[in-house]
Write a protein that binds this ligand. Sequence first.
Ligand code: COA
Length: 177
Amino acid sequence: MSDRDVIIAETSRLIIRHFSAADLESLAPILANQKVMKFSLKGAKTKAETQIFIEKILADYQTKGCGLYAVIFRENMQLIGFCGLFFWPSIAGKEEVEIGYRFDPNYWGRGLATEAAKAVRDYAFTKFNFTSLISLIEPANIASIRVAEKNGMKYEKDDNFLGILARIYRIFKEKEN
Ligand SMILES: CC(C)(COP(=O)(O)OP(=O)(O)OC[C@H]1O[C@@H](n2cnc3c(N)ncnc32)[C@H](O)[C@@H]1OP(=O)(O)O)[C@@H](O)C(=O)NCCC(=O)NCCS
């Protein structure tokens, strides 16, 4: 079975699956777009940088069992972006797991990021032992803040983060009785 056969969630409009090296051609133009990378530490990525990005994701599947995932739009079966789990070794001295997402602007404004983020949240809490998940968002990134809120996350605090002020949104796993 290849990586791209590993489906982690299906929603009404999306298939969320593992990346494979073959996704480079679809993901590179999305991450090369300045609009998509406006709120990102390093800005738009070259194709070579996206290749390294995918290689790191594949390494996370091996070492952590999860990571960032390819999001496929069922209607046309196109890869329209990513949504998944990103590992921060230390935020305020604590290891944290972030739900991160970036989508092709042609697909913005239809609730797709929210649909993907909710599916990833449920997958993460069901399959892994995370007590909480965060999203780190620059205050001006209103669309991302809305996605975090619609995903059930609550504003926790602002933090100066790698030289950038970011808001931490967090959701805790619901306790099972
Ligand atoms: C953030 C992103 C993933 C959202 O994708 P999306 O599929 O459009 O998100 P959704 O449609 O699920 O929700 C977007 C929400 O933001 C709102 N929104 C979008 N742009 C907005 C703006 N400029 N001002 C106010 N609200 C805005 C939408 O109205 C919607 O909220 P609503 O449902 O309450 O109306 C997408 O914009 C993106 O890829 N941005 C670039 C990458 C990025 O910034 N990623 C996050 C890094 S922290």
